[in-house]
Design a protein around this ligand. Structure first.
Ligand code: SF4
Ligand code: ZN
Length: 736
């Protein structure tokens, strides 16, 4: 801590210990030493003292020992420059202060038994607004919420905001995040509690606003509460002070907000809280203490403005907030994932070949974005006429202390199922070929494109709270913005794909599974190897590896290849065993490198579908974004309808665009040299990579030898072209 705080805290320690000793002596003059003391209806005595030292304070006499401990903890007086630049003495002074605060509060219960309320809800009318120590009934009911995850933590707020409105704003911010607030102390003759009451906010345990008391010493009730959680739910033994404090640091996500001047007594309280790993975030300018040590991150951060204090506190404490309520007018949840929006129900759509729809997740710096900011740039859905298509760009920015650019594709892939969770809305595809269909019923319920942002923000926090802290979403609906985003996104996709460019399947012993699509295709298991990216194009081997690191029990599991059964077709025993289990016995085996013999299963997400063209002795492939006829006699949509349920269909296979030019692409069937037809658009998109891969395979002008729809859309139409250019497939072994 800084010298300033160090002075304040150590001075405060002396002051508070002396005050407690003075009040104790007065009490001994007034009452018999055997007089009962303690907080009402609790089996935890004075919980801080009991939990840390195992001392059961039941009588005035019993207070002597903890007071001696407090006195003994006070560091030598610091004079002039002789202050110690270590945390130790400060923490001790802080602890001495906390012990004294608990004694002071226990003496208050003795001297003014009616000062604090004894019921769960504050009786505001009677002028009694202070809850005091939580009794065991309240503690059990509320404390368990800190353990079962229904409350992410608590904010101990001391002092008063500059106005009731600001107090209300701060508190409502915390309420939205599901935190409890423990209020104590006053500033300038008022307190947050009194300000909230003035602003018409309902206070009490029911609204998660515990109005502990008007004194700084009342803040000790928060620590007593936290330590009881460690004993009752964490199984920590009273007296095991190290474990008690560790438990709090690791499990009870709490912090202090100091609103008002941090004087000596607040200083010692703040120093005391550092022992628990609870940092202080202040609105006044006290010197910041940024290096990390005992608290998870910083110890004291100031000055923080009132509209930022909630977000900043949550960040500093490393608190993971889950947003449980998703505030949209439509029902939401996995139950709606499989729901379709059929033609007759359709109001409007984006993507699907009708208009561009692009999704991009990018990492941002912490200070670059604002958590929960959802912006729609351009007209909303209400401006789109029935039957129309509109362009859409979904741009998500993520910041987090633990976040890495490697995680972007994983988060991005979630947009698919999360958007599908919205009732009456359907999402297909990913990346720059996403397709969203919105039904008339959604419009009747008041659906706005912003709701996609609301959902993504909430769910990303909920599901990926361990790696991200902030989520900001921008939705673009003007064509020029969407086009710009698409252009940028394509560069990003290429860079991501490129991360496995030089890797070979032989280089690794471990592949990864992906079962993300089982909600639609229950038997489908993608196996992702360096040279076979997921068929949706969104997950390559690196992405799956990162996804497994983020969520070790999630849909991407490592698969030990095990014994190689067929090196040409690409089949491994370890993969077969895994797929058998993961498909619940429905798929016994498959080949990575063949579309003819036991190909991998295909779900509806595939970017492309390859099909055999027997008369040409070759294969074709078609991407989702090509709506026309193809030489295999089926359009993409028809092919997808036939294959998409998670089946393996020899002669066909779903694959990603990127996979086409990867080294192992249908290598068991002859590889890329078999490719006789592609839609022009796809061919051009992959031009460079086709040329490169063709050259590697001994046909540098392969690109020019592949037919497209300008040549023909039937086998008969393209055959003369293939003969004219001397397509290599014609000289290969017969395909069937
Ligand atoms: Fe995963 Fe495959 Fe679905 Fe892509 S298509 S999300 S890799 S299961
Ligand atoms: Zn899928």
């Amino acid at each position: 801590m800084s010298r300033l705080i160090a002075f304040a805290a150590i001075q405060g320690g002396y002051k508070v210990v002396s005050q407690a000793e003075g009040e104790y002596r007065k009490a001994l003059d007034t009452y018999d030493a055997s007089t009962k003391v303690g907080f009402p209806n609790t089996a935890y005595f004075l919980p801080v003292i009991y939990s840390l030292f195992g001392i059961k304070v039941e009588t005035l006499e019993d207070m002597k020992e903890p007071l001696e401990i407090a006195r003994g903890l006070l560091p030598p007086h610091i004079k002039g420059k002789n202050w110690l630049p270590f945390l130790g003495p400060l923490l001790d002074a802080g602890m001495a202060g906390i012990i004294s605060f608990e004694i002071i509060e226990a003496l208050r219960y003795l001297n003014e038994p009616d000062f604090y309320l004894h019921a769960e809800d504050p009786d505001i009318d009677a002028g009694k607004i202070w809850l005091g120590a939580a009794d065991d009934t309240i503690f059990r009911k509320r404390g368990v919420e800190f353990v079962d995850g229904s409350a992410p933590g608590f904010a101990a707020i001391v002092g008063a905001a500059p106005s009731p409105e600001i107090a209300k704003m701060i508190v409502e911010d915390y309420q939205r995040k599901g935190l409890y607030m423990f209020l104590a102390a006053s500033h300038n003759g008022t307190s947050v509690t009194e300000q909230l009451i003035e602003a018409g906010v309902q206070v009490g345990w029911n609204t998660r606003i515990a109005t502990f008391g008007p004194y700084i010493s009342s803040a000790v009730f928060a620590l007593g509460f936290a330590n009881r959680v460690a004993m009752a739910f964490g199984g920590v033994q009273p007296g095991d002070y190290k474990k008690i404090l560790m438990y709090n640091k690791e499990r009870v996500f709490a912090f202090v907000n100091a609103l008002g001047d941090v004087g000596t007594e607040w200083g010692v309280a703040a120093a005391g809280c550092v022992n628990w790993g609870f940092p202080t975030i202040a609105d006044t300018d006290i010197t910041q203490i940024l290096p990390t040590g005992i608290c998870t991150y910083e110890h004291v951060v100031s000055p923080v403005s009132h509209d930022e204090i909630c977000q900043r506190s949550v960040e500093v404490r490393g608190l993971k907030v889950t947003v449980s309520e998703i505030d949209i007018p439509l029902s939401f949840g996995p139950a709606f994932e499989g729901e379709r929006v059929r033609g007759a129900d359709l109001h409007c759509q984006t993507g699907g070949g009708k208009a561009q729809c692009t999704e991009l997740v990018k990492m941002a710096e912490m200070n670059e974005i604002e958590d929960g900011k959802i912006e729609l740039i351009g007209p909303d859905i209400t401006d789109v006429k029935e039957g129309e298509a509109f362009p859409l760009g979904i741009y998500v920015q993520i910041a987090g202390r633990e976040f890495q650019t490697d995680f972007e594709p994983i988060i991005e892939r979630q947009i698919h199922h999360l958007t599908n969770y919205i009732q009456y809305v359907m999402h297909i595809g990913q990346r720059d070929i996403a397709w969203i269909r919105i039904s008339k019923a959604a419009m009747e319920k008041g659906f706005s494109l912003k709701h996609i942002g609301v959902v993504l923000h909430a769910k990303f926090h909920q599901d990926f709270g361990n790696i991200l802290d902030k989520v900001q979403i921008t939705l673009y609906t003007k064509k020029k913005d969407v086009d710009a985003l698409t252009k940028r996104a394509r560069g990003e996709y290429a860079a991501r794909d490129g991360r496995v460019e030089n890797m070979k399947d032989e280089d690794v012993e471990t592949y990864y599974s992906c079962t993300l699509c089982q909600s639609f295709a229950p038997n489908h298991v993608c196996s992702v190897s360096p040279e076979r990216t997921g068929l949706c194009g969104a997950y390559n081997w690196m992405d799956c590896k990162a996804a497994f690191e983020i969520n070790p029990t999630g849909p991407n599991q490592p698969i030990e290849k095990g014994e190689c059964i067929d090196p040409v077709l690409g089949q491994w025993k370890g993969v077969n065993d895994f797929v058998f289990k993961a498909s619940r016995g429905n798929v016994t085996h498959y080949n990575f490198y063949s579309m003819l013999i036991d190909p991998m299963t295909t779900c509806g997400c595939c970017e492309c579908i390859a099909a055999m063209l027997p008369s040409c002795n070759g294969v074709m492939t078609v991407g989702r974004d090509y709506a026309g006829e193809t030489p295999c006699g089926m359009k993409f949509t028809t092919l997808a309808g036939v294959m998409g349920g998670g089946a393996a269909s020899p002669g066909f296979v779903g694959h990603s665009k990127y996979n086409i030019c990867q080294g192992k692409f249908i290598l068991g069937d002859g590889g890329l040299l078999r490719m006789v037809w592609m839609p022009k658009m796809l061919k051009e998109e992959l031009k460079e990579r086709i040329e490169k891969r063709g050259a590697e395979m001994g046909v540098p002008d392969l690109y020019d030898k592949i037919a497209d729809e300008t040549v023909g859309i039937t086998e008969e139409e393209i055959m003369p072209f293939l003969e004219k250019v001397g397509h290599p497939a014609l000289k290969m072994d017969p395909l069937v």
